[in-house]
Design a protein around this ligand. Structure first.
Ligand code: CTP
Length: 319
């Protein structure tokens, strides 16, 4: 696919000329931010040339049957089978069909959210997207509570719920799922091998307790299409993070997109330490060259789009 050499070409030039040190010192202007509807429409259009988020947000029931073999997106030589449970939980129509929202919030998981008091502001959006089942109750003052769509990498079951080793952890996990009532639970089940059992446990619980969530499983082409879009715009990401995936998809459904909790740096603009996640003790592993992500580059890209008014990055406090 070919992308018009218009505003986005400027974007890529900007992004690639910033030095890495830029991130820690730059102040994102927030007072004089105005929404650039023209650019935002343009971005939506050019993303649509690569894929349609409404379709690729989930595989649909009609396209597969139990027992079908799937090749993992990042581990092409490994395969898995469509289980009965997964088949039962495939949607019959896109969970985002005909959904259009004026203002959306995408909440990343950076510790920059702590003490931000951004909860009420985040909850005031028409549609709220969260990542990896991050907890909200205990942090609602800073991160809000509302959730319309939440992602769940299979690794979350291990990282945040101790692989459901005990009754207590199974209960906690179930409670977290039950608290989602009505929202979309987006599970990238076929990205990398190794998460098969974890996905299956989650699906079994959902079915057993008739948990009120709308499950979605991204199409096998989504990741490559998203990466392709950014590469074409000269943003050389290795593997898009969940946060960038959500932004790229949200352009299809949302008019104004507001990002909170995106800050992949160990220090805040004032030089104070920032936790990697607002809710746990994970460290900044992404800095290692073996990490599949290029978060600082993604952040610079989002900052550029912020300056151009295509999206709004909130990195300060909300009071
Ligand atoms: N994020 C960020 N800065 C951080 C932590 C997270 O900008 N310090 C953003 C990233 O876009 C990330 C999203 O918030 O994808 C959600 O955070 P997390 O759950 O940590 O996602 P990842 O662990 O990166 O999950 P994945 O590997 O699937 O991308």
């Amino acid at each position: 696919a070919h992308v018009d050499p218009t505003a986005l070409t400027r974007l890529s030039i900007d992004v690639n000329h910033h030095r890495p040190s830029y991130n820690h010192t730059a102040k994102l202007s927030s007072n004089n931010w105005t929404f650039n509807k023209t650019l935002s429409n343009l971005i939506r259009k050019s993303i649509l040339r690569f894929f349609d988020p409404e379709r690729d947000i989930s595989i649909l029931k009609g396209t597969l049957k139990p027992g079908d073999i799937i090749h993992y997106v990042f581990d092409r030589h490994s395969t898995t089978n469509i289980s009965e449970n997964l088949y039962r939980l495939l949607p019959t129509v896109s969970p985002m069909k005909n959904q259009h929202h004026r203002r959306c919030a995408i909440v990343g998981n950076s510790g920059i959210l702590l003490n931000s008091s951004c909860g009420p502001e985040i909850d005031s959006h028409d549609f709220v997207i969260r990542c990896n089942l991050a907890p909200v109750e205990e942090y609602s003052r800073d991160v809000g509570r509302r959730t319309n769509l939440v992602t769940m990498n299979p690794s979350v079951v291990q990282r945040a719920f101790m692989d459901l080793v005990s009754e207590e952890w199974r209960d906690r996990f179930l409670q977290r799922l039950q608290s989602l009532s009505g929202s979309v639970l987006w599970i990238p089940a076929f990205m990398a091998k190794g998460g098969e059992e974890r996905v299956e446990w989650a699906l079994r619980l959902i079915l057993l307790h008739t948990v009120d969530v709308r499950t979605a499983f991204p199409s096998l082409r989504l990741l490559h299409a998203v990466r392709g879009y950014w590469l074409t715009n000269n943003v050389h990401i290795k593997r898009p993070t969940t946060g960038l995936l959500m932004y790229t998809m949200a352009t299809r459904f949302c008019e104004e997109i507001h990002l909170y909790g995106f800050w992949p740096f160990a220090l805040d603009p004032q030089g104070k330490p920032v936790k990697y996640h607002y809710y746990d003790t994970l460290k900044y592993e992404y800095t290692s060259s073996s990490s599949p992500h290029t978060m600082p580059l993604e952040f610079r890209t989002l900052s550029t789009l912020h300056r151009q008014g295509a999206l709004r990055l909130h990195t300060g406090t909300c009071d």
